[in-house]
Design a protein around this ligand. Structure first.
Ligand code: NI
Length: 179
């Protein structure tokens, strides 16, 4: 079922989510269906449970192609319960990022280039993977949601935050910046 998205300013987006302790329950399976439906209906590339008002550590990522991120390479659909990650190396980069909880806004966000993440499938099997670039950024963004953190806190210079249609020129000038 497509659920309403909570938007920037809603207090639940700022609350930490709880660890899932029971896998493969009807509630958890329904939550994942709702997350997928809501993400797809909104053209998203990732979504976290708190964005539909459920304070549980569950995220879904994945897309074939995205109007929101036309240059991003496809990522296979992945459900992650209780996800976490660690950065591999010190390298970070800045790139334009949006969020379904603040549609039409974009910010130049700093993220780790490469991470190793882990989590569980909906039936409780462990997943572990090393990813980089957009895939790594997506995991970092969604895990932030589970801690009540939004992309705004990851923008080093708030001059690079605003409405997408007002920032076309700026977004073209300011590509991916490695550091
Ligand atoms: Ni988001």
């Amino acid at each position: 079922m497509i659920r309403p998205l909570l938007r920037l300013g809603h207090c639940q987006l700022r609350q930490p989510a709880q660890t899932v302790t029971e896998f493969n329950t009807p509630e958890l399976n329904n939550l994942i269906i709702d997350l997928k439906d809501t993400m797809k209906a909104n053209g998203g590339v990732g979504i976290a449970a708190p964005q539909i008002g459920v304070q549980l550590c569950a995220i879904v990522i994945g897309f074939k192609s995205s109007d929101r991120y036309p240059h991003a390479k496809p990522i296979s659909e992945t459900v992650l319960i209780n996800p976490s990650y660690q950065a591999l190396g010190d390298e970070t980069y800045e790139d334009w990022e949006g969020c379904l909880s603040m549609k039409k806004l974009r910010g130049l966000v700093r993220r780790h280039v490469q991470i190793k993440y882990s989590g569980f499938t909906v039936t409780g099997e462990k997943i572990e993977e090393t990813v980089s670039g957009f895939h790594a950024k997506l995991i970092q963004h969604e895990v932030d949601h589970l801690n009540g953190t939004l992309l705004i806190e990851r923008i080093p210079d708030l001059k690079f935050f605003g409405f997408e249609d007002e920032m076309q020129a700026l977004m073209q000038q300011t590509g991916t910046r490695l550091s």
